[in-house]
Design a protein around this ligand. Structure first.
Ligand code: ADP
Ligand code: ASP
Ligand code: MG
Length: 418
């Protein structure tokens, strides 16, 4: 039988009524002749609560136990979804990650798929079960312990199952009716896209657009999964939502197709760093070893250079996820104590946000950066750090201007109009 993957996010399974609503959508697909693999998130807010409990219990927690705790939200919704389907007369069975098994790397809290053997689920489908409800976000490490895939990881579970089971499509049901030019919660001018290219969605996701986890887009691109985002609160048809697809399947495209933002940024500056070969390696190697994800980097001439005419010193500024600031600070302090890094002062700014514009058209159009900076200047928004790649430009700004910046850029690049 043709097989569909249907994923329901936290708000879509937030209570028993919503689980029933989601189950009705699954039932409809079963009646249309599909076998269905349903991937569920934890009820909305649950994973945050679990993470909070872990952090309160042990600030520098053991990642294995973090995974043991935070993976549990999905177990509840998987069981409840299977029960709801059974009540509706649909033969369904729930699966936790280890039961499938969903084999992952041992990288706790950020594990990656190794493989998903089909045998167990295929056997159940052969026995007449029409739906497998799989707990998203979790997997099994080689040593038998539970892993999780990083926040938002249920999207990636869904795409991985779609690839492993050759699904017709992977439908991501959520609380918006598709992928927009920017987060519709930030501006009512955001426009829903019928289609978006994998590359653009990949950038938007990695730059903060939470609608899909970055890894899920990466996997869909690699395994040619037809990936669709649509509303779990509306009646949907074959054409609903937004299809993430190859660039070649998209007729019309602008230079910039989306604006993304991330609140969860912090800026760290090491003041008065020596300016000689090996210094950058000396700083970023211990950060990498400590598992800190450094994003933007700038090296700039220290004010002190001018004050004292010392020469050969610079400041090093970089951005990290806000929840990794303590980890980064500790890594730098240890490196300084060990004598492998020297700096006068470490300054942390946690009141920053990153705003980015994304578009594959940038490959062949000049002047995007100038337009972006002009739009921000007109709103009197100061740019602290800039980073560019082939199809994106990102700036770090004061967090209090984040929404204003998103709105200004959405206007400046004419994203409202189709
Ligand atoms: P789920 O719980 O279903 O996984 P998420 O909260 O992870 O849902 O993702 C959906 C949210 O993503 C939306 O509510 C919306 O606020 C946000 N979002 C951010 N950027 C975009 C965008 N470009 N298009 C649509 N939604 C976006
Ligand atoms: N429940 C997990 C989270 O909140 C995974 C997910 O919903 O995708 O991050
Ligand atoms: Mg999500």
């Amino acid at each position: 039988m043709p097989l569909l993957v249907m994923k329901f996010g936290g708000t879509s399974v937030a209570d028993l009524d919503r689980i029933r609503n989601a189950a009705a959508k699954v039932q409809r697909e079963v009646e249309r002749g599909h076998d269905v693999i349903v991937i569920v998130s934890a009820m909305s807010g649950k994973t945050n609560e679990l993470v909070g409990w872990v952090e309160k219990t042990s600030p520098l927690f053991d990642a294995r136990e973090y995974d043991a705790v935070v993976s549990s939200g999905e177990n509840v919704t998987a069981g409840l979804m299977a029960l709801t389907l059974q009540e509706m007369g649909v033969p369904a069975r729930s699966w936790q990650g280890w039961q499938v098994p969903i084999n992952t790397t041992a990288q706790h809290s950020a594990a990656r798929f190794v493989d998903i053997p089909r045998g167990n689920l295929d056997q159940k489908f052969a026995e007449g079960f029409r739906v497998a409800v799989v707990a998203g976000f979790q997997g099994l490490a080689p040593d038998g312990r539970i892993t999780t895939l990083g926040r938002g990881g249920s999207d990636t579970t869904a795409v991985a199952f779609a690839a492993a089971f050759d699904a017709e499509r992977c439908d991501i049901y959520t609380d918006v009716d598709g992928i927009y030019t920017t987060d519709p919660r930030i501006t009512s001018k955001a426009r829903k896209l019928d289609r978006i290219a994998f590359e653009e969605m990949l950038e938007l996701a990695s730059l903060g657009a939470k609608v899909l986890q970055t890894r899920s887009v990466e996997l869909a691109m690699r395994y040619k999964v037809r990936l669709r985002v649509l509303s779990s609160f509306e009646d949907t048809t074959e054409d609903s939502g937004t299809l993430v697809c190859d660039e070649g399947e998209i007729m019309e495209s602008k230079v910039v197709n989306g604006v993304a933002y991330s609140r969860e940024e912090a800026k760290i500056t090491l003041v008065t760093v020596e300016d000689r070969p090996g210094i950058s390696a000396g700083i970023f190697a211990p950060l990498a070893d400590a598992g800190v994800n450094v994003d933007m980097i700038v090296q700039n001439i220290s004010e002190k250079n001018f004050e004292h005419h010392q020469g050969s010193v610079t400041d090093m500024t970089f951005s990290v996820p806000i929840n990794q600031v303590d980890r980064a600070k500790r890594a730098m302090e240890q490196a300084r104590a060990a004598g492998t890094v020297s700096y006068d002062e470490l300054i942390v700014d946690t009141e920053v946000a990153k705003v980015s514009v994304v578009g594959i058209g940038m490959r062949s159009h000049a002047g995007v950066a100038a337009r972006m900076f002009k739009a921000l200047a007109e709103e009197n928004i100061n740019i602290k750090v800039i980073a560019t790649s082939e199809i994106k430009i990102s700036v770090l700004i004061d967090r209090k201007y984040m929404e204003l910046a998103v709105q200004a850029l959405h206007d400046a690049f004419g994203l409202e109009a189709a």
